[in-house]
Write a protein that binds this ligand. Structure first.
Ligand code: ADP
Ligand code: MG
Length: 398
């Protein structure tokens, strides 16, 4: 679905009716005077911000006031209390006594913070924390409101501490507080704040992968046409992550790789390399850290599904060490574990990590994989395939 200016119309979310309904129910409760807190969790690109936009739009339609600081990328540098200041304090001059006092205290706090570069040396934060909580209550007294706190995994510790303290008082009447966070990284300050809100009855809303039909529907909507079988298979390789689907379609369009087929559908042209897709996807998952990416790149050589023991042998690492890293990858939604068998959640990411290996490293890993799999009793054809790939790469420069 494309608007007249060519921009993609993403005003209606694909495959999110359940999540939207849950949020609508909570919003209705806030409008009726009940305080409510929802914690939206999920991997990068799964559609947390898209759901938040949906809440904001719905609140707008109901005439409910929305306080929001935008996503982490909109917010700029992280300063103490940055999240709450941007969310709650009006952009103009402070309007109420509480706002005036807060603006003064936070200004002073930040000055000291910059000078000493250690919050411990500065004035007591308790007063600021209490005033921010008071401001939330003050706002709630003026009618129902929605407070949108995006990307808690990236916000300043001072704001997290306020949120934690706020939890002790429970949800604020007439206020729907919606926070979003990735499943990793989990800073201790975030863990503590989430624990406090869990005890206070916050509703977790885990955003699942789009189902395969919904993933295809999103791809087709972006393309403005029905997709042929090759393209549908690539869309499925995004593992139901809307961002990866957007990236795939964008790369295909920018590489002139989308062609009409005989059935009136669109298809991926054979043999065309999708420009920048691998780099884009590698950058999307880089937040899991170097160690996780390095191990997953080795796993990519073994295939979409692999055994933990084989990965440990190819990576030349002890199994418990492998699992420490794999648990992190699993929490980030990049792999799924079923006993000792692991599967990449998004084959597109696996392809990108594989493509990111240098030919010399890839050759070496395929050789090691052939040896490990032979010793583990894998069929000769599988062992041979790894050897063939190692040989294919022999002539390539590093
Ligand atoms: N259900 C959906 N239907 C259509 N587009 C979606 C859906 N979910 C996410 N998107 C699009 O996918 C991209 C990534 O979503 P976003 O909400 O930014 O992810 P997150 O906040 O979880 O990192 C955005 O371009 C967004 O508009
Ligand atoms: Mg987001």
């Amino acid at each position: 679905m494309r608007a007249e200016d060519g921009a993609v119309d993403d005003s209606v979310l694909v495959g999110r009716s359940v999540e939207v309904e849950v949020l609508e129910t909570r919003l209705a409760a806030a409008v009726a005077g009940v305080g409510t807190v929802v914690l939206i969790e999920g991997e990068a690109g799964i559609g947390k911000s898209a759901l938040v936009r949906e809440v904001a739009a719905s609140a707008g339609r109901r005439g409910v006031h929305v306080f929001a600081a935008g996503t982490a990328t909109d917010r700029g540098p992280v300063q103490p209390f940055a999240l709450l200041v941007r969310t709650l304090l009006s952009l103009g001059p402070p309007a109420t006594a509480v706002e005036r006092e807060l603006a003064g205290l936070i200004g002073k706090y930040r000055e000291d913070w910059a000078r000493w570069s250690s919050p411990d040396q500065t004035l007591d934060r308790t007063q600021i924390e209490e005033l921010l909580a008071e401001l939330l209550h003050e706002r709630a007294a003026n009618g129902p409101s929605v407070v949108l706190l995006e990307d808690l995994h990236l916000v300043d510790d001072a704001s997290l501490r306020v949120l934690e303290r706020l939890a002790a008082g429970g949800a604020i009447p007439s206020t729907m507080l919606v926070a979003t966070t990735r499943t990793v990284p989990r800073r201790p300050e975030l863990v503590t704040a989430v624990a406090a809100w869990t005890r206070a009855g916050a509703a977790p809303l885990e955003v699942p992968a789009l189902t395969p039909p919904a993933a295809v529907e999103l791809g087709e909507r972006l393309l403005g046409s029905r997709a042929g079988p090759v393209l549908r298979a690539r869309l499925s390789a995004a593992g139901g992550n809307p961002q990866f689907i957007v990236d795939l379609v964008t790369a295909a369009q920018e590489s002139d790789a989308v062609v009409a087929d005989a059935d009136g559908a669109v298809e991926l042209a054979g043999g065309v390399v999708l420009r920048d897709l691998n780099q884009r996807l590698s950058a999307r998952v880089a937040y899991v850290g170097h160690e996780a990416l390095a191990l997953l790149s080795i796993a990519a050589v073994l295939g979409s599904s692999f055994m933990d023991a084989d990965l440990a042998a190819v990576a030349e690492m002890p199994e418990d060490e492998i699992w420490r890293v794999l648990r992190h990858c699993s929490a980030a939604g990049l792999v799924q574990a079923r006993g000792g068998r692991l599967t990449f959640r998004h084959d597109l990411v696996r392809d990108a990590l594989y493509a990111g290996l240098t030919p010399a490293v890839r050759r070496d890993l395929h050789r090691r994989a052939s040896r490990v799999l032979f010793e583990a009793g894998a069929p000769a054809a599988v062992v041979q395939e790894h050897l063939a790939r190692a040989d294919d790469l022999h002539g390539e420069t590093c």
